[in-house]
Design a protein around this ligand. Structure first.
Ligand code: SF4
Ligand code: F3S
Length: 88
């Protein structure tokens, strides 16, 4: 799956949300409401729904999204951080 790293934090641009064909990026203002969006430090990709189309990667203005396999070692923790959001 693709993974959103901590670079998303403080930006939360949401351009990724608009292009995702399977709506697997949350919590987004348009999909989940203002309250959920404002409460989150960053957005997360649901690894069980992401189809690895890659459409979100070039849309992010801060380059926060990577293929799981392409993450820098210090960003590998975000695989679990993204997945954990969908387990609660
Ligand atoms: Fe959505 Fe495609 Fe990005 Fe996965 S890679 S989060 S399916 S836009
Ligand atoms: Fe975050 Fe980039 Fe999407 S800043 S919300 S991953 S477009």
């Amino acid at each position: 799956a693709h993974v959103i790293t901590g670079l998303c934090q403080d930006t939360k641009d949401q351009s990724c949300v608009e292009v995702c064909p399977v709506d697997c990026i949350h919590p987004a203002q348009s999909l989940d409401g203002d309250e959920a969006f404002e409460a989150t430090p960053q957005l997360y990709i649901d690894p069980d729904v992401c189809i690895d189309c890659g459409a979100c990667v070039p849309e992010c203005p801060v380059g926060a999204i990577f293929m799981e396999e392409d993450l820098a070692p210090e960003d590998e923790k975000y695989i679990e951080i993204n997945a954990a959001f969908y387990r609660k």
